[in-house]
Write a new protein. Structure first.
Length: 307
């Protein structure tokens, strides 16, 4: 375990109230002020008691800074803004900063541009009351390759999230691509040796103690892709159970992406993950991308005996 303790150590956690009962929501952001605005708006309207959750926005060097957005919501929710200079892609460091500053037992990660239904925080809180888990949400419109229909864009401007969730749920084209895999196995990941392949921090919660135990995010990731999966490998090795928060409604606003750049970055980071962990499962990460790679890793893991 000691080799994983580089980035988060108990002595580095700066909150004096790190054992409070509640949920800390960590959102990294970079030059996406409109998306951040919509994410924060959705978090204002949670049914969970406002004195039991906080939102920590970690700005990875935006220009202009995202604090102008954060200030709009400081009076209505417990909100912290952290800033780090723009030194390239440092989302791992940003999330670690958020973890260090957090004061509640459960950490919920969402991406900037993820809109949360009114019960998202309460549902994750309830899941973590039962046992130490990694809970994975399934945002509508995430990695579907589809843009925003005009009628949805209008509803975003009006803040009509409930209508958006209804429309997304009725259109199978907007369902998270992982859904088909979870459905195939009845949403039961207990027989999988590789549930970590599904652990994407667009919408994912973990106990703070588990994150500290495995050392947090690996800050050697300096480009897009894989830092969440690599963290999940360590969480799995540390006996955390993985579950699907299938009924928790979130919506990921599509935005422009450099597909070729992401493909190259993903391959480089897959090589790094395999070099670090060196298992037959991580070797499969280097042999493909997207759904094909997930299928090979899942099926290989299912052939092996689960501990």
């Amino acid at each position: 375990m000691q080799k994983y303790m580089e980035y988060l150590k108990p002595g580095n956690v700066i909150s004096e109230n790190k054992d409070l009962d509640g949920v800390s929501i960590v959102i990294p952001t970079y030059n996406r002020n409109r998306l951040l605005d919509l994410s924060l708006l959705s978090l204002v309207n949670q049914i969970f008691p406002k004195d039991k959750y906080e939102v920590i926005v970690v700005d990875d060097g935006s220009n202009p800074k995202a604090d102008v957005v954060v200030k709009k919501y400081e009076s209505v929710i417990d909100l912290t803004y952290l800033y780090q200079d723009d030194q390239g892609f440092r989302v791992s460091k940003a999330r670690n900063l958020g973890i260090k500053a957090s004061k509640y037992k459960t950490i919920l990660f969402i991406d900037c541009g993820v809109l949360c239904g009114p019960d998202v925080v309460s549902e994750h809180y309830a899941l973590h009351k039962k046992r130490s888990i990694v809970a994975m949400g399934l945002p509508f419109c995430f990695e579907t390759g589809k843009g925003i229909p005009p009628e949805i864009d209008k509803l975003l401007d009006l803040g009509e999230l409930n209508i958006i969730f209804k429309l997304m749920g009725d259109d199978k084209a907007y369902i998270d691509p992982r859904y088909i895999f979870f459905q195939k196995y009845n949403f039961d990941l207990s027989n999988m040796k590789t549930p970590w392949i599904f652990a994407w921090t667009c919408h994912l919660s973990v106990s703070k103690s588990s994150l500290i135990n495995v050392g947090g995010f690996d800050e050697n990731f300096k480009s897009w892709g894989g830092e969440d999966v690599e963290l999940a490998i360590r969480l799995y090795d540390n006996d955390n159970k993985f579950v699907v928060a299938r009924d928790v409604k979130t919506f990921h606003i599509p935005h422009d992406k450099n597909k070729i750049g992401r493909l190259l970055s993903g391959r480089n980071n897959a090589d790094y993950i395999h070099k670090k962990h060196n298992t037959k499962y991580t070797a499969l990460l280097r042999e493909g991308h997207g759904n094909e790679a997930m299928i090979r890793i899942i099926e290989t893991g299912l052939l092996d005996k689960v501990r």
